[in-house]
Design a protein around this ligand. Structure first.
Ligand SMILES: [Zn+2]
Length: 87
Protein backbone atom coordinates (compact mmCIF):
# COMPACT_ATOMS: atom_id res chain seq x y z
CA UNK A 1 0.00 0.00 0.00
CA UNK A 2 1.09 3.53 -0.62
CA UNK A 3 -0.48 6.91 -0.14
CA UNK A 4 -0.66 10.04 -2.20
CA UNK A 5 1.16 12.72 -0.20
CA UNK A 6 -0.83 15.45 -1.91
CA UNK A 7 -4.33 14.32 -0.93
CA UNK A 8 -3.64 11.59 1.65
CA UNK A 9 -5.52 8.92 -0.27
CA UNK A 10 -4.28 5.38 0.35
CA UNK A 11 -3.87 3.00 -2.54
CA UNK A 12 -3.39 -0.70 -2.76
CA UNK A 13 -1.29 -1.84 -5.68
CA UNK A 14 -4.32 -3.57 -7.17
CA UNK A 15 -6.35 -0.37 -7.03
CA UNK A 16 -3.56 1.71 -8.48
CA UNK A 17 -2.99 -0.78 -11.29
CA UNK A 18 -6.44 -0.19 -12.78
CA UNK A 19 -6.13 3.58 -12.97
CA UNK A 20 -5.88 5.17 -16.38
CA UNK A 21 -2.25 5.49 -17.49
CA UNK A 22 -2.41 9.28 -17.38
CA UNK A 23 -3.77 9.18 -13.84
CA UNK A 24 -0.99 6.81 -12.77
CA UNK A 25 1.58 9.16 -14.26
CA UNK A 26 0.12 12.11 -12.36
CA UNK A 27 0.11 10.22 -9.06
CA UNK A 28 3.48 8.46 -9.32
CA UNK A 29 5.61 11.37 -8.05
CA UNK A 30 3.31 11.76 -5.05
CA UNK A 31 3.42 8.18 -3.77
CA UNK A 32 4.83 7.54 -0.32
CA UNK A 33 4.89 4.82 2.33
CA UNK A 34 1.76 5.01 4.50
CA UNK A 35 3.85 4.52 7.63
CA UNK A 36 7.05 6.55 7.24
CA UNK A 37 6.38 8.83 4.25
CA UNK A 38 9.40 7.38 2.46
CA UNK A 39 9.21 7.80 -1.31
CA UNK A 40 7.39 4.92 -2.98
CA UNK A 41 7.24 3.68 -6.54
CA UNK A 42 4.60 1.63 -8.30
CA UNK A 43 5.82 -1.39 -10.21
CA UNK A 44 3.91 -3.51 -12.66
CA UNK A 45 4.64 -5.28 -15.88
CA UNK A 46 3.52 -8.09 -18.13
CA UNK A 47 5.20 -10.73 -15.95
CA UNK A 48 4.79 -9.34 -12.45
CA UNK A 49 1.94 -8.51 -10.15
CA UNK A 50 1.39 -4.85 -9.38
CA UNK A 51 3.20 -3.78 -6.25
CA UNK A 52 4.64 -0.81 -4.45
CA UNK A 53 8.23 -0.49 -3.33
CA UNK A 54 9.41 2.24 -0.98
CA UNK A 55 12.57 3.68 0.47
CA UNK A 56 11.56 3.34 4.10
CA UNK A 57 12.80 5.52 6.91
CA UNK A 58 14.54 3.95 9.89
CA UNK A 59 11.99 2.40 12.22
CA UNK A 60 9.21 2.22 9.66
CA UNK A 61 6.53 -0.28 10.69
CA UNK A 62 6.15 -1.47 7.12
CA UNK A 63 9.77 -2.48 6.59
CA UNK A 64 10.52 -5.86 5.03
CA UNK A 65 8.23 -8.44 6.68
CA UNK A 66 4.97 -6.49 6.58
CA UNK A 67 5.66 -5.06 3.15
CA UNK A 68 6.40 -8.52 1.78
CA UNK A 69 3.21 -9.81 3.35
CA UNK A 70 1.34 -6.99 1.69
CA UNK A 71 2.58 -7.83 -1.79
CA UNK A 72 1.74 -11.48 -1.18
CA UNK A 73 -1.72 -10.73 0.13
CA UNK A 74 -2.39 -8.27 -2.67
CA UNK A 75 -2.02 -11.14 -5.09
CA UNK A 76 -4.57 -13.09 -3.10
CA UNK A 77 -7.12 -10.30 -3.18
CA UNK A 78 -6.80 -9.59 0.55
CA UNK A 79 -5.06 -6.23 0.35
CA UNK A 80 -7.99 -4.03 1.48
CA UNK A 81 -8.00 -5.76 4.87
CA UNK A 82 -4.50 -4.51 5.54
CA UNK A 83 -5.80 -0.97 5.87
CA UNK A 84 -6.65 -1.66 9.49
CA UNK A 85 -3.29 -3.23 10.34
CA UNK A 86 -1.06 -0.17 10.02
CA UNK A 87 -2.97 2.66 11.54
ZN1 LIG B 1 7.87 2.98 5.27
Amino acid sequence: MAKNIMDGKEWTAAEFAVLLPQDQDLARPELACVSCDGPAVFRAGPKRRPSFAAQHQHGCQLIAPAWSAFTYLAGQGWAPGLKTNHE
